[in-house]
Write a protein that binds this ligand. Sequence first.
Ligand code: NDP
Ligand code: MG
Length: 383
Amino acid sequence: MKKISLLGATGSIGTQTLEVIASHPDKFQLEALSIGKNIELGLKQIIEYKPKLVSVQFKEDYDKLLKEVPNTVKLMYGNEGIEEVAANNDADILVNAVLGSVGLRPTLSAIRAGKTIAIANKETLVTAGHIVTSEAKKYNTQLLPVDSEHSAIFQCLQGERLKEVEKLILTASGGSFRDKDRSELKNVTVDDALNHPNWSMGAKITIDSATMMNKGLEVIEAHWLFDMSYEKIDVLLHQESIIHSMVEFMDGSVIAQLGTPDMKVPIQFALTYPERLQLEGKKRLNLSEIGKLHFSKPSFDRFRCLDFAFEAGRKGGSYPTVLNAANEQAVSLFLEGEISFLQIEEAIERTLDEHTYIASPSLEVIQDIDFQTRQLVKTLMVK
Ligand code: NDP
Ligand code: MG
């Protein structure tokens, strides 16, 4: 029986993680969960999954929920609550499916508490990859990828030697606007951007897919998870999202992981690793039905965010923190209708241009840069 705690239970990855847990009650037990603002869904989850510990984002929601949760549940809120869910309970594994750099502190607490981390929360690795990976090494804890591309690469690397890897090849669907050229992107709406062709995901990552920043963040995520230089990471457009990523080795062999686009596969693999389990209700991959798969090279002029991410990754230091915070803030302004789609990349470019490099930022410095960057994006972009 694996004991699990889950950050971001009410989100897209969070709810799918709960479905995986529910489909194998003999294998998994939910110890603790955290939610943000969606207390209606949160309450349903508490009643169905009976965690011992729950944290909500805000005090007023805590006050409301306190009257409704069974008295077997310890309820908390805010930063203290989310860290408690991450670190201070009997769970063996933390699934971090929270959105954004808010996931950083709880991840570090869980590492220090010796939990295995199944990480979906890529922003944490982008904003402070050097700290997260060095702490994981220091405390001898494992970081298991949940992101489908990184799970694919992780699966392709089983039994292989990292020094024999020539390239990690991350596949990208191209997002909602893959068939549009730049001139057609001027007037696209939030609803257009939220309409992803292959995956049903949370709002922020769906916008990140449309700008291709999602792939940019994933390049940096791959750099940290697999200790790979940026020269050895490639992105390949593959519109069907059937090949989830590949690894090319020094002898020219390429190993790929394939499957229907279903996040429950990588979620479950992170929970059961190194074993595999039957996946309930899965539609199996049928290549003869699909017939053809397509590939092409992404253009950095068309997908400028991909270029920004490679550059921020190569420069290193504090640049990825700025890239991530600027993107988080710009995407929320876009979702709120404050800026246009193309202004997302403008915000990121301008903020990166204004930044002065810091070599190896500490946790405190990262949190300060994260805050300042968000303020700067608002000042630059909102009239
Ligand atoms: P969602 O927006 O669907 O869910 C985010 C979760 O985090 C919700 O439970 C939300 O709570 C909670 N949350 C958000 N902000 C805060 C906060 N400030 N404090 C506490 N809790 C908060 O996101 P996704 O599930 O799509 O994505 C989660 C992570 O997984 C992201 O890092 C994303 O990049 C990554 N990922 C997602 C994939 C997908 O298919 N969705 C695929 C690969 C990676 P509430 O809703 O209650 O407010
Ligand atoms: Mg992904």
